[in-house]
Design a binder for this molecule. Sequence first.
Ligand code: PA5
Length: 348
Amino acid sequence: MRFDPSTRAARDPAGMLDLLQRFPQMCEQAWALTPEPSLPATKPQAVVALGMGGSGIGGDLLRAVLFDETAPPIVSVKDYRAPGFAGPQTLVLACSYSGDTEETLNAYEDASTRGAACVAITSGGELLRRARQRRHPVVVVPKGLPPRAALPYLFLPMLAALSQTGAVRAFDAEVHDAMPVIRRVVDEQGPDRPDSPARRLAEQLVGRIPVIYSAVPFLEPAAERWKDQFNENAKQFAVWNTFPELNHNETVGWGLDPALARLLHVILLRDATEPDRLALRVAITRDLALSRAAGIDEVRAGGSGKLARLLSVILIGDFVSWYLALLRGVDPTPVAVIDELKRRLAKG
Ligand code: PA5
């Protein structure tokens, strides 16, 4: 199926495309957001990022970026509870775009009661109210966006705040270097470009189930974000996994019925700095298992810095999910099922 640019206005009435195109500006603004009042310059023993869905991915990105750095351990939590170790030496970054997500509020209460140093990242709601009441530092992010479109605001201020406390090194140069790379993604992938690779990939995906594999653990949160964006923008089921772990289980699952394998389309997220052993694993796995899928595509992270690589590959996925939504004739913005679920939970 071919993408028809004339469907753009009718099928994307709330302007998700505009938000994707503003991603670079949002990154610049987000990097300048700081907690008020500012954090004391003490190094925590551990950092816990709390958040669900669109507000949870920031913690996963933080963990990926800081994995090989001299930094406190980073734990990303998607639960009603804070981890057992959370206490006065722990820095808790409670992130909820709406400020009203019950899991995050509950885990924040838990951490706060145990004396953890808490920071709230939110556009308002109950989280903002409670954080202000307790004089916890708050990063107030712009209102009125779907949480997943606010990703820069829900991730970069966490990194900036940790950097300011001295808990991790400065990342200003990496943010600066990432900007032209993600601007190029906007230029190359948007619907004004008939040769947009995101558009061509989305056209392949109609009627298929995307299987997103990150070739390296560093890109794992990007694979998860691709899946989440297929779910929420394109209202499409998708799965993700990562090398090398998938070689120890899921690779065997490719022995599935050929009729089912023909429904799957594999998207491999590749990184310029992939170690040779991982590249070899991907090559062997393509041959042994993935060749059974209806299609295989590779998407390469751009730039050289960690932020450029992660954010560029994420933004390409955001565009692919947007095209797929329009190809499927669904509005990318509303997430009626999530809204209805929250409504029913509120009554229960
Ligand atoms: O994309 C979405 O709308 C969801 O994944 C939300 O981010 C999730 O339900 C959590 O809500 P919030 O981001 O307001 O904490």
